[in-house]
Write a protein that binds this ligand. Structure first.
Ligand SMILES: [Ca+2]
Length: 314
């Protein structure tokens, strides 16, 4: 369930005019920008962008970039892009940031549906004139490269059928692979990059039943290198992405100095999808509402915008 509150009827022309007015003169009327864009769904935002371009012969996103600044500007910029295009940008930033960005690539590949991942790869072509997988392959090596390229190029089957025997045997293969670092990583990569999510869920359950601990706990014990960390993230995203996102937010808030980029990424990506569920998981885990925890850590227009996307009433 989404946290975004958007009206059922709206006028793209009137919104474009109000935004233009908010930009005029020295400075910007940020309150109006938040009141409008923080309450429009992806379809409506594209309509406003189109309308704005038609009336003023100016790209709304470019104008927003020049009017706003800092974390607020970055959040609004990401929010304004269509989903696949935004994920293409996030993936590109992640590739360029090396070891600190691998989890973002894994997130996109493992949380999105196979069709959505395909759309991101298409958007990446359009934007960067290269393929997502070639950029990943150029910037990584070894098992990590095999895993990341395998995940983004995977087109998993999406049905509910489970092969219980296969789940059991592949749980054993995974167990062997993560037990020791020199394990059979090729087979672990094959399983994680090709099996359907439902089949993998059954495999992870078998792992827990047969080996007395969850595969993610086991991986955490030796998740010191980038490959094992990426493997760990992949399994968490495939298994229960709401739980995964709760932890991303928890760590971002907990960190000294706060990780605004992570907060922006999760809120902007999930506000129109399942942010309500992530908020519930957060509350269950921390006994504090996500909005209250965030309100203490972030500030200014950025804070107002993020809280608006999280469903705060004006
Ligand atoms: Ca201005």
């Amino acid at each position: 369930m989404a946290t975004l509150i958007a009206p059922t009827s709206f006028s793209p022309g009137a919104d474009a005019e109000a935004l233009r007015k908010a930009f005029q003169g020295w400075g910007t009327d940020e309150k109006t920008v938040i009141a409008i864009l923080g309450h429009r769904n992806v379809y409506q935002r594209q309509q406003i962008r189109k309308s704005y371009e038609e009336i003023y012969q100016e790209d709304l996103i470019k104008r927003l970039e020049s009017e706003l600044s800092g974390d607020f500007e970055r959040a609004v910029y990401r929010w304004m892009l269509e989903h696949a295009d935004r994920d293409a940008v996030l993936a590109n930033v992640a590739i360029k940031s090396g070891s600190k960005g691998y989890h973002v690539i894994v997130e996109i590949a493992c949380v999105l549906s196979p069709e959505e991942v395909l759309a991101v790869r298409r958007a990446y072509h359009n934007r960067y004139k290269r393929s997502l997988e070639e950029d990943i392959a150029t910037n990584t090596t070894g098992h990590l490269r095999q895993l990341l390229v395998g995940l983004v190029t995977s087109f998993r089957y999406g049905g509910d059928e489970i092969n219980a025997k296969l789940a059991k045997s592949e749980a054993d293969i995974l167990h062997e692979s993560v037990k020791e670092k020199k394990g059979n990583h090729e087979e672990a990569i094959r399983i994680l990059t090709t099996r359907s999510k439902t089949q993998l869920m059954a495999t992870f359950n078998c792992y827990r039943d047969d080996h007395g601990t969850s595969i993610t706990k086991k991986l955490l014990d030796n998740a010191s290198d980038d490959f094992h960390k990426a493997l760990h993230t992949a399994i968490r995203c495939l298994n229960d992405h709401n739980k995964y996102y709760e932890k991303v937010l928890r760590n971002a808030i907990k960190r000294v100095g706060t990780d605004e980029d992570a907060i922006t990424r999760v809120v902007v990506s999930r506000a129109e999808k399942d942010m309500k569920h992530i908020k519930e998981v957060y509350y269950k885990r921390n006994s504090v509402h996500l909005e209250d925890a965030l309100a203490k850590e972030i500030s200014g227009d950025y804070k107002k915008f993020i809280l608006t996307l999280l469903g705060k009433k004006d």
